[in-house]
Ligand binder design. Structure first.
Ligand code: SF4
Length: 320
């Protein structure tokens, strides 16, 4: 059988579902390729879309089969059958990617109002092992939603393995600052932190609300006391530009070695667009450190410096 894949969001980072679908079909002896409307002639098409705001792919040849569509961008509840879900991903469909990707756990213990994870994945559960995910690769991108919410022994075991194997790791969705303890801070300090591109090293957290400032400062303090001297990256969900700037400035004044990254709030019940265009300006100002360090957000706006290249205004572009 000939199987064609459509990565609706583009090829900026690997689509984990398509990688496992590809592995499953290849295991059955099927041919798998990227879909090309005029040339593929497939028996089966899979289209995967992660983000609600990505425009759908519609350029299917009329004679091709109707695609099987999946991913949060189509349906928040969509999931893979167990036998596919447990497979190791097929890295050959993204030959340019040198790192491993996976989840140590799925789900989350919290219920943040803006987040689809609790609805999609339910509560936290262990899912995989870092050595199995790495498959001999040196860098591992972990997409866990709330790794530190796992059982203490599991957290300990996985961080110890990452450290012993000298893996460059990145929890690219951010860790939960409320769950940093003296023990896991010590272990995190032993780990090698490296984002997928290999260009930066930092531990990621989220500081999405004013209420998170206290826990974030506490997490920074625990990490510094444990001896971590590297950079710490914080996602800042932005709904109100001025309030977000206050949050960013407060954390920056607490520790100079932090990297703030603004994620404009998107209407996930609608078409996923950023509702307040000023939030895009805020993301441009904040996410490009050279701009942020050269002027305040107020000055940035009054100077009309919107011509600057944006580092990126959305979290997902920074995923890997
Ligand atoms: S902690 Fe993170 S993953 Fe969990 S519900 Fe909140 S935003 Fe979602």
């Amino acid at each position: 059988m000939k199987v064609a894949l459509v990565d609706v969001d583009g090829h900026h980072y690997p689509n984990f579902a398509l990688m496992r679908i590809s592995a499953w079909h290849k295991m059955r002896g099927d041919e798998v390729e990227w879909y090309q409307p005029m040339f593929s002639n497939p028996d089966l098409i899979y289209a995967s879309k992660i983000f609600t705001f990505t425009a759908d792919f519609t350029e299917y040849a009329p004679w091709d089969p109707i695609p099987i569509r999946g991913g949060t961008g189509y349906d928040v509840k969509s999931s893979l059958p167990d036998e596919i879900d447990r497979l190791l991903p097929d890295y050959s469909i993204y030959p340019e990617i040198p790192y491993a990707v996976g989840f140590l756990s799925r789900g989350c213990i919290r219920h943040c109002s803006w987040c689809v994870v609790p609805e999609k994945e339910g509560t936290i559960r262990q899912y995989d092992d870092i050595e199995r995910i790495a498959q001999g690769r040196r860098r591992v991108v972990l997409m866990d939603n709330n790794f530190l919410a796992n059982d203490r022994e599991f957290v300990k075991e996985q961080l110890a393995k990452a450290c012993a194997l000298r893996l460059g790791i990145d929890f690219n969705q951010g860790l939960d600052a409320r769950l940093v303890t003296e023990e896991n801070a010590r272990q995190m300090t032993c780990c090698h932190w490296r984002i997928a591109s290999g260009t930066s090293s930092y531990i990621r957290f989220s500081c999405d609300t004013q209420q998170m400032l206290g826990p974030c400062k506490n997490a920074i303090r625990l990490l510094r006391e444990a001896g971590y001297s590297g950079r710490i990256f914080f996602y800042f969900l932005a709904v109100d530009p001025e309030e977000t700037v206050e949050r960013i400035e407060e954390l920056l004044s607490f520790d100079k070695r932090i990297d703030p990254f603004v994620m404009p709030y998107r209407d996930l019940n609608g078409d996923g667009r950023v509702l307040n265009p000023r939030l895009n300006d805020l993301a441009r100002w904040c996410n490009m450190a050279s701009i942020r360090k050269s002027c305040s957000f107020k000055e940035y706006q009054s100077k009309g410096m919107k011509g600057h290249e944006s580092a990126s205004s959305v979290r997902e572009s920074n995923l890997l």
